[in-house]
Design a protein around this ligand. Structure first.
Ligand code: MN
Length: 358
């Protein structure tokens, strides 16, 4: 086999001769031959693959000692090499999360104010309540509802593992309750939806047909980031008017959009529950995302189709607009759905934007 000079090998591998000498001294890439007199290094063409692997791992930021271990495994046990890379990356992300938390703390400490999105008015607060109810006809509750300091979410599970799927989806979002993400709220939400997708894929592998919808909002102190997949919904009550701020990913909604059926026909359509998108074992969901500026007095409702299929929008508006706290609004909405027959599980989250107490 013809050997390559260090210059030729450097051009072919796109690694500088200086880097190649470093890898040699560290035992990561030993030349095939070193001329005793001149000290020139020579490489075999089949060493290019290992050179590239070393370069990639360096670009990943992996310490040199660990690169050596991965290269050793890559020859005989590539699966184990892959596991080593995965383990390294998991450690890196955990460390990054801790550094992000510290950076957020320092930013708010040095600016001597509550952490809010830059360039916005003083922080507002939210009051919230969440509940899911089995309804009157189903023997299991596959809906999950959650409300916390920052995160509001409903999920409607489907398939035999539907209850686990809706719970897993919301569980995957709960890390957002911690420190406000340093980057964009929407990116953080999209990342969390990807995590949720991975969790449901595991469930769906054991139980095909398992999946869940998701409608969730993340509160920053002045804005709400919304992510949405499926036919759970978000509504905003502002100045007495009710706005639906999500668009169902359902076959019936698509037919409505195309003008092929009327709203009346949609209500009793046999394929009402057929979804165009869900978080399930299939392709990654592409959530709708949007950012909403909060205003004191706004009320948000997140709910499953167990409410909207049987309670008209007018009654939802009146109930949300009625005096009382979010807990009472959630209770009244669930009562309305059950009075209308309660054919499906019902999940409701109500959040109200308020001026913080002095
Ligand atoms: Mn449902």
């Amino acid at each position: 086999m013809d050997l390559l000079t260090i210059g030729a090998f450097s051009r072919a591998s796109r690694l500088s001769p200086k880097a190649l000498r470093l890898y040699d001294s560290l035992g990561l890439l030993t030349p095939a031959h070193v001329d005793e007199v001149s000290g020139y290094r020579f490489y075999r063409p089949d060493q290019l693959e290992q050179a590239r692997l070393v370069a990639w791992l360096r670009r990943l930021g992996m310490p040199l000692a660990r690169i050596g271990a991965v290269c050793d495994l890559a020859r005989d046990a590539p699966d184990q090499a892959a596991q080593q890379v995965a383990a390294y990356w998991a450690e890196t992300e955990a460390e990054l999360a801790a550094r992000r938390a510290l950076a957020n703390h320092l930013i708010s400490y040095l600016s001597r104010e509550e952490p809010v999105m830059p360039g916005t008015h003083p922080a507002l607060a939210i009051r919230y309540a969440a509940r899911s109810d089995i309804g009157r006809l189903r023997d299991r509750n596959q809906d999950t509802a959650y409300a916390g300091r920052r995160l509001l979410a409903v999920a409607d599970g489907m398939g035999t593992g539907g209850d686990q799927a809706s719970a897993a989806v919301i569980e995957a979002l709960k890390p957002l309750e911690g420190v406000l993400p340093a980057g964009s709220l929407l990116n953080a939400m999209e990342d969390a939806v990807r995590q949720a997708g991975a969790a449901v894929r595991d469930l769906a592998a054991a139980d095909p047909g398992t999946g869940s919808t998701l409608t969730a909002m993340l509160w920053s102190g002045s804005q709400l980031a919304l992510v949405h997949v499926g036919d759970t919904r978000a509504y905003l009550l502002r100045d007495g008017e009710l706005f639906q701020i999500t668009h169902d990913h359902s076959v019936v909604q698509a037919l409505l959009d195309e003008g092929k059926i009327t709203p009346e026909e949609a209500e009793s359509h046999p394929q009402r529950s057929l979804l165009l998108q869900a978080i399930d074992g299939g392709a990654s969901a592409e959530p709708d995302v949007s950012l909403h500026d909060a205003r004191a007095g706004d009320r948000y409702l997140l709910c499953s189709d167990g409410l909207t299929a049987v309670v008209p929008a007018g009654a939802i508006r009146d109930t949300l607009a009625a005096p009382g706290d979010p807990e009472q609004a959630v209770g009244r909405l669930i009562d309305l759905a059950n009075q209308a027959g309660g054919p499906d599980n019902i999940a409701c989250v109500v959040a109200e934007v308020v001026e913080p107490r002095p």
